[in-house]
Design a protein around this ligand. Structure first.
Ligand code: AMP
Length: 527
């Protein structure tokens, strides 16, 4: 296919607001790709110069971009049309330039590619170079286009996408080998898959209910998620974001080779940096290990790692993905000989669960995970099969408005809009809560807020910020809904802070750093 046709498709998709129309056009494009064009053809469609599982990067500096943006567009590229393959080859050549003098070499190769594009093709080439096509075609739509183009049902495409972690690969199987081949896609050694995730919960009662009265509690370690693949002597390890980290943590690869049974396996676990006192190190120390390329041996002795395995997804040639958690755990315990496992307790008792949570916290860990005993392993899934439980944190907020209650709360101002200090003399909203107050406190609070009333739209009463409350929450999330940019998850008022003035309200800057700290300690960073 010619690159100009791809460019035309991009302009068309950019203009089309309709989801279905986008899918149809993208599917037509996929059908027209030659088999050897599919991988890069799909990568381009998702705005990437290389397929996602391909570790190559272009690594072009802003100076080089600036220089090539001045090159006049080719007059008419139709005499020797630029093919998709030419662009893919051009990207490969740019990525390959490395070592001494590579900056100049990279630039020359970039220049050569840019010079071949005409005014129609150039903006699209530049967007690809910047990893951003801006045509409103996210991965979900590409999956639908793959399903449509290959005549496969969407469920099969989605499932295969979880195992292959790369839509270029999914499209390649679907379009060249067909739906049946796609259905057979399962976990494959040395192809990392997205880890299963958890939902936040506050209450053991809710967890027992969701898990049928009994659950597997595990320590939630504050480290980094890893996925270990092994086939005989070959071991490779990936991070949660599926970047390969094998070379940075050789002692973990060594454990996989030396201490674990099984010719081939895929394991899920967490590594934690350990201090000499046996307590976890701050997360930054662990990150230093992950990012380290040189001096790995000295780093290994300065920041020793401990390994906590909690799942076995593949063993001796067989996928265990669809087996129950209990069966997977029993295979994991057998193949590890009971070593390197996450601390765990099966429980159906709230008090016992709370004791176990306190034990985890006292040992410096983040909290607990609760896993449904009969659950399969669902790559990339965040749902009620796995819960995380961690202790609440506290901030002080100002109340800036309140909604009128209904039902039992009728007559009260009962849903409070919480805000932090925005640093410019105002207050920025971070959430709402009706939780935490007694009936008597609701009555008192309603009277106080009415005195502070600034406006009333019949439902929400806006008030002069004056009342400060202590609010506990379990997680801070990014939120486009609130002007602060953040929202408190499971916010509830624990105290009315009559002793505190507005000047003592948590600031937005503090909230941001709490958010970042949590981001760090939850191992969500970019590795
Ligand atoms: P979240 O990422 O917020 O869903 O929290 C789950 C994260 O906790 C996982 O991605 C792991 O990195 C980490 N974790 C620590 N211990 C465990 C465990 N026993 N089971 C599952 N995840 C764990």
């Amino acid at each position: 296919m010619n690159f100009s046709e791809f460019a035309s498709l991009c302009y068309e998709l950019e203009k089309t607001p309709s989801r279905l129309a986008k899918i149809v056009s993208a599917a037509e494009y996929l059908k027209r790709l030659e088999p050897d064009e599919i991988r890069y053809g799909v990568a381009f469609l998702s705005g990437r110069p290389f397929p996602i599982a391909d570790p190559r990067t272009l690594d072009i500096g802003p100076g080089a971009f600036f220089e090539v943006s001045k090159i006049p567009a080719a007059e008419n590229s139709s005499s020797i049309p630029l093919r998709l393959k030419d662009v893919a080859d051009g990207f490969a050549k740019i990525a390959e330039a490395s070592g001494k003098g590579s900056r100049r070499e990279k630039f020359a190769r970039l220049q050569e590619l840019v010079e071949r594009t005409d005014a129609h093709e150039r903006p699209i080439l530049f967007r690809l170079l910047h990893n951003e096509l801006r045509i409103g075609l996210h991965d979900g739509l590409i999956q639908e286009a793959i399903a449509r183009a290959s005549g496969t049902d969407l469920k099969t495409v989605r499932r295969a996408a979880l195992f292959l972690s790369d839509l270029a690969e999914v499209a390649s199987v679907a379009l060249t080998e067909g739906a049946a081949a796609l259905q057979r896609v399962d976990i494959t050694l040395f192809v990392p898959l997205l880890p299963m995730l958890s939902e936040l919960s506050q209450e053991f009662d809710d967890i027992f209910k969701a898990h049928g009265g009994k659950t597997a509690l595990e320590f939630k370690y504050d480290g980094a998620r890893i996925q270990i693949h092994k086939d005989r002597e070959l071991v490779r390890i990936w991070s949660r974001r599926l970047s390969e980290v094998t070379r940075s943590i050789p002692e973990i690869a060594q454990i996989a080779r030396r201490d674990l049974q099984g010719d081939s396996f895929v394991l899920d676990g967490e590594v934690v940096a350990m201090g000499k006192d046996g307590r976890p190190f701050p997360f930054q120390e662990l990150m230093r290990r992950f990012k380290r390329i040189h001096g790995i041996e000295s780093a290994a002795s300065e920041v020793p790692l401990s390994l906590h395995l909690f799942d076995c997804l593949f063993l001796d040639g067989r996928s265990l993905i669809d087996e129950s958690y209990e069966e997977r755990w029993s295979k994991l315990s057998a193949m590890t000989g009971g070593n390197y496992l996450a601390r765990r307790k099966i429980s159906s008792d709230k008090v016992e669960a709370e004791v176990f949570l306190n034990e985890a916290l006292a040992a410096g860990h983040e909290g607990l995970m609760a896993k449904a005993l009969n659950s399969p392993y669902m790559p990339g899934n965040r749902g009620k099969l796995w819960f995380k439980i961690k202790p609440a944190e506290t901030v002080d907020c100002a109340i800036i408005a309140a909604d009128r209650g209904s039902g039992r709360r009728r007559g009260w101002l009962s849903n409070y809009h919480l805000a932090v200090a925005d640093g410019a003399g105002g207050f920025a909203p971070v959430g709402k809560t009706f939780k935490g107050l007694t009936d008597k406190e609701f009555t008192g609070m309603t009277a106080k807020l009415q005195e502070l009333q600034l406006a009333d739209d019949g439902y929400t009463v806006t008030v002069k910020p004056e009342i400060v409350v202590e609010v506990t929450y379990n997680e801070i999330q990014r939120s486009p809904q609130y002007s602060s940019g953040f929202a408190l998850r499971f916010a509830r008022i624990t105290r009315i802070r009559e002793d505190k003035s507005l000047a003592q309200v948590t600031s937005l800057a503090e909230l941001r750093s709490l958010y970042e700290r949590q981001f760090i300690s939850k191992s969500r960073r970019n590795i």
